[in-house]
Design a protein around this ligand. Sequence first.
Ligand code: P6P
Length: 343
Amino acid sequence: MKIKHYTPSTSNLAYSVGVTLDRFIKMKQDDFPYASGELSQLLRDIALASKIVNRETNRAGLSNIGGAFGNTNVQGEEQQKLDVIANIRFTRAMTKGGEVCAVVSEEDDEVIDLQNKSGKYVVAIDPLDGSSNIDVNISIGTIFSIYRRVTPIGSPIQAEDIMQPGNQQVAAGYVLYGSSTMMVYTTGNGVNGFTYEPSLGEFFLSHPDMCAPKDGKIYSINEGAFNFFEPGLKNYLEVCKNRTYSARYIGSLVADFHRNLLKGGIYIYPSTSKAPHGKLRLLYEANALAFIAEQAGGKATDGTQRIMDILPQSLHQRTPLYIGSMKMVDEVEGILKVHRTLV
Ligand code: P6P
């Protein structure tokens, strides 16, 4: 029997569709510490839930799932219906996947024990960040951090499983529901981006080895709060304007972060006299994006210290966030330091 070796066709009649997220995760599985497939499965569970959330955000205007839910979350923020739906979708996917023992969610006051006795992982998640933008059709996102539990598998969840610093993350990522839907994640070996093809129901590798430009000319901050900024920050913004940098602020963290990651830039949500700890949450917003920023060659601090070295004191604790191109974060930190010593 003659056997012919397969040679990939070079015909343009059937172009390659590329690497799916599933295949990429499998290919990279050996990069994971404790490579045993559970983290791969967990990433697939998150990707599945994001496909469902993507479908629901895209239909929000056509169904009754837009608008406010009628409750406020632990942050005192008005919950949107899609906040609640996204929280259900991700929590359900991680429960059924079996790899996660506990979830910290922006939408739940307390830690959720998923009752997965063999679950090795803890996930901190903002199921739908920027959801107030849904009704005006502006990009929104999901942000997630993944940790290994530190107490024995199968034993009751303990605080030390949950209150881990960001430098203990084994993976982190975000989903951007924008003009296209993308999933960007890291497992500590660089950052890769996947674009969703709805007609096939698959994420395809579209942005391999994402690297943050070392410098940039875009700054993202809500200057409406300018009067409550500290002098050093006001000085930095003056420097940006004198250099005619571009001010770009969408009001959706994942969208601003993603653009700055690709083009170079800095996103700032600072401490102010009205909100000394800023607005963004350490466990399920800052830590995840900080891991990605650093893995892409960028930087993330609270204006003074590395975000991922902050030891959490409370579940929903807030932190100021300076994140993006390394030289821009370094420069604003230097200016803040000078002004703080002058006080
Ligand atoms: P402000 C959305 O509520 C969010 O958490 C981020 O996505 C966004 O960057 C920020 O808050 C917007 O907050 O105070 O500027 O409206």
